[in-house]
Design a protein around this ligand. Structure first.
Ligand code: FAD
Length: 496
């Protein structure tokens, strides 16, 4: 944290979600001096609770948002290129049932347009008979099946993409500090000149000086605890559940139209699990405490059961449920699914630049626009950075973990049977991925908490034994860290 105090930065970025990390990376690659401060961990907010898709957003075609779809498809191709270790192509099967809101003709036209907007840089969609659709996905409801289509988008690990972006910012000279909150903007007259920050663990307080401040606190811009300078946005809650894949039986991703309310949603493959999501409802809930309700879970189960009738999913099948809040640009619309996913960048009169909305997929282009505004504020000539060409770090993760395991074979042992994570990965995450706490490790650098019914509570003491000596934890600190972790998972994974 002391690295923050000994100089005046060109830009201070508040918030270490995908937006803030993207801004920090772009600004650092343009040669600006950059500080980034995150109150918890990278991706601890909305950026770690997404559907983990890097996608054109086929459903936005229905809303006529061609510009957003075009930009998203271009960014999908860029991310496949600069982060092949984190962003992978994913095939989607879209079954078409008789009487569905989106029938064969409409879907066919949409997919052709989707392909055209990709300017030929994507696999072609294909159209299937009912028989061929069931050959691909035998567990689907067969009654009234009229055919299907296969199209391609991409899947990612949202937390890992955010962390890799932060790592790239740091490699380019940014100072990034997590578990440290901005408590107030410092002003000289009307001008914002920096921020007061407070460390989550030591309670140390200090002042960071910067010529320009970017508020990338996402949905926190509305929260009671927000720093000033935020713009108005509206929060839309989205819930996902994980259930055993063998109960659902989907092979690829499935695009569904919910039988409950006609919304487009997904069943996504995730190793031994299928992730079903998402809901989309306006909320005033605090982003720190947002979690799934029984109504949310019931909606997701009913929607999936109508597509996979043999699954007969019930609450007992739910391994985990979690919620995030989309920071959407404020609108009067009653329907959050119809609200724009475009972003807005506004500067207040003190010069704080706030960025709101957008998607994980479009973070890189959004960040470039923000940094253009930063350079304008600094009175500099606007330069662009090669953020679309330089590969994100972390591709060597598996080799580095293998090297650690060679040095200490015990680190090769699986932390949880059936999941790929080892102690070596925890050590790597501490050393390379700026993890500091058990929540950083068990919720975001690995997804053990999403993938186990006890949300990694059982493995937490063992994980603490592995990382405690490296972090210099004594027994009291270790117990405190385990208790903090248990409180975190209670917040994130509660269903009430
Ligand atoms: C359910 C759901 C599914 C989604 N699925 C997709 C998808 O599949 N694909 C896609 O492209 N997009 C998706 N999105 C949208 C995408 O996740 C968001 O647009 C994006 O993550 C927002 O990132 P952000 O950095 O703006 O906000 P956040 O990730 O919330 O980051 C803001 C950060 O600011 C920090 N912060 C707050 N206050 C302070 C302070 N005072 N000091 C320091 N730090 C502070 C917070 O801790 C937080 O980490 C989804 C969103 C939701 C909710």
């Amino acid at each position: 944290m002391s690295d923050l105090f000994d100089r005046r930065f060109d830009v201070l970025v508040i918030g270490g979600g995908i937006t803030g990390c993207g801004v920090a990376r772009d600004a650092a690659m343009r040669g600006l001096s950059v500080a980034l401060v995150e109150r918890d961990d990278f991706a601890s907010g909305t950026s770690g609770r997404s559907s983990r898709l890097v996608h054109g957003g086929i459903r936005y075609l229905e809303q006529g948002r061609l510009h957003l779809v075009h930009e998203s498809i271009r960014e999908r191709q860029t991310l496949l290129r600069i982060a092949p270790h984190i962003v992978k192509p994913l095939a989607f099967t879209w079954p078409i049932y008789r009487g569905a809101r989106i029938g064969r003709l409409k879907l066919g036209a949409g997919l052709v347009l989707y392909q055209l907007l990709a300017l030929g840089r994507s696999h072609r969609p294909s159209f299937l008979t009912a028989r061929k659709t069931l050959d691909r996905e035998p567990s689907l409801q067969s009654a009234d099946l009229n055919g299907g289509a296969v199209y391609y988008d991409a899947a990612t690990d949202d937390s890992r993409l955010t962390v890799a972006t932060a790592m790239s910012a740091v490699e380019n000279g940014a100072v990034a500090v997590t578990h440290t909150r901005v408590t107030r903007i410092l002003r000289d007259g009307d001008r914002a000149i920096g921020a007061e920050v407070k460390s989550q663990h030591s309670n140390e307080i200090g002042e960071v000086r910067a010529r320009v401040i970017v508020n990338a606190t996402g949905v926190w811009q509305n929260a009671a605890s927000s720093i000033d300078g935020g713009s108005r946005l509206r929060g839309s809650k989205g819930v996902h559940i994980a259930v055993p894949n063998q109960r659902v039986g989907n092979r690829d991703a499935i695009t569904m139209i919910s039988s409950v309310d006609g919304r487009v949603m997904f069943c996504l493959p995730a190793g031994p699990h299928t992730i079903i999501g998402t809901t989309d409802t306006w909320t005033d809930e605090s982003p720190e405490n947002v979690h799934a309700s029984t109504t949310d879970v019931d909606y997701l189960l009913r929607s999936a059961n109508s597509y996979f009738p043999r699954a007969k999913l019930t609450f007992d099948d739910v391994i985990s449920a979690w919620a995030g809040i989309r920071p959407l640009v404020a609108t009067q619309s009653n329907n959050p699914s119809a609200a724009s996913r475009e972003h807005s960048i506004v500067a207040d009169k003190s010069g704080v630049i706030s960025v709101t909305g957008g998607k994980l997929t479009t973070y890189r282009s959004m960040a470039a626009e923000v940094v253009d505004r930063v350079q304008e504020s600094l009175g500099q000539r606007i330069r662009s950075a090669a953020t679309d060409r330089v590969v994100l770090p972390g591709a060597d993760r598996d080799q580095e973990v293998a090297r650690l395991t060679q040095q200490d074979p015990q680190l090769g042992e699986k932390l949880v049977e059936g999941l790929p994570y080892t102690g070596g990965l925890l050590v790597y995450s501490l050393r390379r991925e700026m993890a500091q706490t058990l929540s950083d490790l068990l919720i975001r650098r690995t997804h053990i908490a999403f993938q186990t019914r006890d949300h990694a509570r059982m493995v937490a003491p063992h994980a603490a034994d592995i990382v405690g000596p490296i972090l210099g934890w004594d027994e009291t600190t270790k117990r405190a860290r385990i208790n903090e972790f248990n409180a975190d998972v209670e917040h994130v994974f509660a269903i009430t």
